[in-house]
Design a protein around this ligand. Structure first.
Ligand SMILES: Nc1nc2c(ncn2[C@@H]2O[C@H](COP(=O)(O)OP(=O)(O)OP(=O)(O)O)[C@@H](O)[C@H]2O)c(=O)[nH]1
Ligand SMILES: [Mg+2]
Ligand SMILES: [Zn+2]
Length: 289
């Protein structure tokens, strides 16, 4: 069994013992509309000239579309609060997608050196209260990153988030040997410049892999197959939806709704609830046409 660690323009970089074999996929996949992705475990054949071809993709444990990867243990979502400014709707959409894919999630809030007061603590509280493991980080100080290193131990981890939040910089500061490309934030738009352009898997040791990924700035809802997946994957709703009068309550206009009650009491964040409503509305408007 061999693992694809990078893919670029139809060439797959496949691990083979201590070597990397540049490989192509056999036409049979293209016909079936299956594309090998980084993280795939494949059956590899080596040609006389040392290049390879992929003959078979082994069954995937899980799979993400953004970034396109397979067989990961967790996603570390990186967000900056400012520069670029945080977009909680985008974060909640992304969490929704990961929860639906049943992938473990950790969140790093990066660039906390840029926060001059406590105005943003409410954001940390929202996600901490839901139960997510959250970490606050700055790459501008010289504090030890050992505690961050630990979250990657013995796992295959994808690091994802918008462009410019500092995904590659953070990985460089945790793992000194990495030397990933990092970029600047555009002065004009205050956004990242998409410095990381390919999905690349980095081997830290036999059991630890990290995948640095290009940033994204939006996420459409095509990954949702059924309307109820939205409420089911706002994980903190679960506990309170037991109090809804109607079994299939969508927590919008129904009477005696446990979720609306919990929002009123402050047990569910109104930011999260509003994002839930916006996402549901958007999903309905797409499905109508
Ligand atoms: N102030 C501050 N700046 C940071 C921090 N971490 C990263 N940066 C800066 O943010 C900019 C973007 O960092 P990158 O690591 O390239 O961001 P990225 O998330 O990998 O971006 P893409 O590859 O485009 O998705 C660089 O100028 C970094 O120096 C931090 O903790 N504090
Ligand atoms: Mg990057
Ligand atoms: Zn309800």
């Amino acid at each position: 069994m061999n693992k694809i660690i990078k893919s670029h323009r139809g060439i797959y970089y496949v691990e083979n013992k201590n070597d990397i074999v540049l490989s192509k996929a056999r036409g049979v996949f293209r016909n079936q509309n299956i594309k090998p992705v980084v993280g795939d475990n494949v059956k590899l054949f080596i040609n006389d000239d040392g290049t390879g071809y992929i003959d078979e993709i082994y069954e995937r444990k899980n799979q993400l579309i953004r970034p396109p990867i397979a067989n990961i243990d967790q996603v570390v979502v990186v967000m900056s609060i400012v520069s670029p400014n945080i977009n909680l709707n985008l974060l909640d959409r992304y969490l929704l997608m990961l929860e639906k894919s049943k992938i473990d999630i950790k969140i790093i809030f990066n660039k906390i050196d840029l926060l001059v007061n406590d105005d943003f603590n409410y954001i940390f509280d929202i996600y901490r209260n839901i139960g997510y493991d959250i970490f606050l980080n700055s790459n501008k100080d010289s504090k030890s990153k050992e505690y961050l290193k630990e979250i990657f131990n013995n796992k295959i981890t994808a690091v994802a988030g918008p462009s410019g939040v500092g995904k590659s910089t953070t990985l460089n500061s945790i793992f000194e040997d990495l030397d990933l490309d990092t970029g600047l934030i555009s002065k004009k738009t205050q956004r990242g410049k998409h410095t990381t352009r390919t999905v690349k898997m980095l081997k830290i040791n036999e059991t630890t892999y990290i995948i640095d990924t290009p940033g994204f700035s939006s996420l459409d809802l095509t990954f949702i197959e059924d309307r109820s997946e939205i409420k089911d994957n706002f994980v903190e709703f679960k506990e309170f939806s037991a109090n809804c009068k109607f079994h299939n309550c969508f927590h919008i206009n129904e009477p005696s709704c446990g979720i609306k009650e919990a929002v009123k009491l402050g047990d569910i964040s109104d930011y999260r609830y509003n994002n839930y409503k916006l996402i549901l509305e958007e999903y309905d408007s797409i499905r109508r046409y």
